[in-house]
Design a protein around this ligand. Structure first.
Ligand code: FES
Ligand code: FES
Length: 169
């Protein structure tokens, strides 16, 4: 029998600007909370071991793998998921547009996590070298693209950010 308690706990989490109050089992992973309790299925669930990065979100300003955290540990957190990237009118954000323009996705399974890793990278290093970009997304595995177009998308976005300002705010 698992030692992780299964009792429910009340938590509040702000995701993409909306605060949710929910009762969750103490053993619920944050990735499952996002997908199943909040119906935010853009955050994908691949390996369950912290390796693939498909569950990557930004939580309290840090890039995290949401399969490595319990939902109750995120009580009071502010989280951004891929659903929060689009512009308020529903149009693609600069990151989404850059991935689309550069054919930086194929099956798309890794894409939400890689876009959030890209956003985090550019927020902290607006002009990364290719090596810094590759290091910035090293926690995110892609089985389809070979990374070339992903790196190209991030490079293009970085160049645009320098020209126009806060594209990845
Ligand atoms: S599902 Fe979280 S790192 Fe793979
Ligand atoms: S686009 Fe298929 S895994 Fe990355």
């Amino acid at each position: 029998m698992s030692n992780i308690p299964s009792q429910k706990r009340s938590i509040s989490v702000t995701v993409n600007g909306t605060t949710y109050y929910r009762d969750v089992a103490a053993r619920t992973l944050l990735v499952h909370f996002l997908r199943e309790n909040l119906n935010l299925t853009g955050t994908h669930f691949g390996c369950d071991t912290g390796h693939c990065g498909s569950c990557t979100v930004i939580a309290n300003g840090k890039l995290i793998k949401s399969c490595m955290m319990l939902a109750i540990q995120a009580d009071g957190f502010t989280i951004e998921t891929v659903e929060g990237l689009a512009n308020p009118d529903g149009s693609l954000s600069p990151i989404q547009q850059a991935f689309s323009d550069n054919h930086a996705l194929q099956c798309g399974f890794c894409t939400p996590g890689i876009m959030l890793a890209s956003k985090y990278l550019l927020q902290h290093n607006p002009q990364p070298t290719e090596e810094e970009i590759r290091r910035g997304i090293k926690g995110n595995l892609c089985r389809c693209t070979g990374y070339v177009n992903i790196v190209r998308a991030i490079q293009g976005l970085a160049a645009e950010t320098v020209q126009k300002g806060d594209l990845v705010k």
